[in-house]
Design a protein around this ligand. Structure first.
Ligand code: NAP
Length: 309
């Protein structure tokens, strides 16, 4: 316990409670020494309601983990970096590429670690999928990411506001896996974004992309799926089919299961964060955010039925 790095957890909401707190407690690297949230608290830690007050009061806590929604991330990350703290950011790292890139530059100048996390990249099947695909010819990729927003984002009004990402909040998880397992850039060609008449962000998106080599990549994101939920990526290659199911936690090659086991996504995130801090490195890959931005740039807007969540 004595060797653990003290950390402040910021934005004590669903993901902080469901994943960050138990994963930090179950790992060897960090201890939650402070919580920073206007309403939420971390048991057994010193709690603050204001981020700048925390930065001023606890200069001894050199590491912050930002679990707030993306629209408040830039100001918090900028203040933390300026105060010499190492920063972990939940996904999506910021509301725009401009903000994200500015943060990378600020962290590099300040000599602190900045880790833009993509939790789905730590799902069990993703690294073996990347390795298997590395010497294959990619013929096509199909992503189907359909879930029930009422079940996974109850009461999260911010997610429907500008900067909240709408259905791209889960969709960016699929894009983070895509950009991890497929080498090279992926370019958006067309997209259709469905906006409920009463919402400011899309509830569904259909995106057509292409790899640099020309292989088609499609993504179907939908937040209206009740019943069984679908988080699948299927890749056709010159050596057969690879499929990642259940958000990357199950891997099938040629229909045969290759990897499965308990979820270690957030355990993996904190192990990597500790390594980055110890080796004075940052990890900021903004490719998933770029595909979201390009989907909005190329997006045809369709107004669909009123939706109450
Ligand atoms: P959440 O339940 O709404 O929690 C976020 C917390 O941030 C809130 O409880 C709030 O706590 C604080 N906050 C600070 N400024 C805020 C603002 N302007 N608007 C709303 N809340 C604000 O959201 P979440 O699901 O934990 O998601 C947080 C981040 O984690 C998002 O970027 C999301 O994409 C990511 N994430 C979520 C999931 C998931 O399954 N939910 C999974 C992976 C990643 P106070 O009111 O106490 O300040």
């Amino acid at each position: 316990m004595a060797d653990r790095i003290p950390l402040a957890l910021v934005g004590i909401g669903k993901i902080a409670r469901d994943q960050h707190i138990p994963s930090i407690a179950g790992g060897d690297d960090f201890v939650v020494a402070a919580g920073v949230s206007r309403h939420g608290k971390v048991e057994g830690a010193e709690n603050f309601t204001d981020f700048n007050a925390f930065l001023a009061a606890r200069p001894d806590i050199k590491v912050v983990s930002l679990c707030t929604p993306p629209e408040v991330r830039f100001d918090m990350a900028k203040a933390a970096i300026a105060a010499g703290r190492h920063v972990l950011m939940e996904k999506p790292p910021a509301t725009t590429l401009g903000e994200a890139e500015a943060l990378s530059e600020l962290a590099a100048k300040a000599g602190v670690t900045l880790f833009a996390t993509w939790h789905s990249r730590f799902a069990l099947g993703v690294e073996p999928a990347r390795q298997w695909l590395s010497d294959k010819v990619i013929q096509s990729v199909s992503i189907v990411w359909k879930e029930d927003v009422r079940r996974w984002h109850p009461g999260q009004a911010w997610i429907w506001e500008p900067g909240g990402f709408g259905v791209f909040d889960p969709g960016i998880n699929a894009l983070s896996i895509l950009t991890e397992i497929i080498p090279g850039h992926i370019m958006v060609e067309t997209s259709v974004l469905e906006f409920p008449e009463n919402k400011k962000q899309p509830i569904a998106a259909s995106i057509a992309m292409r790899t640099v080599e020309g292989a088609p990549v499609t993504a179907e994101f939908d937040w209206r799926q009740e019943g069984p939920q679908t988080w699948d990526i299927t890749v056709q290659t010159n050596a057969g089919e690879l499929r990642l199911s259940k958000g990357g936690s199950e891997l099938y090659i040629g229909g045969n299961e290759q990897a499965s086991g308990p979820d270690r996504e957030y355990a993996g995130i904190y192990e990597r964060f500790a390594k980055l801090i110890r080796s004075h490195q940052s990890d900021t890959d903004y490719q998933p955010l770029r595909i979201v931005a390009d989907s909005f740039l190329c997006g045809e807007r369709k107004v669909v039925a009123h939706f109450e969540d």
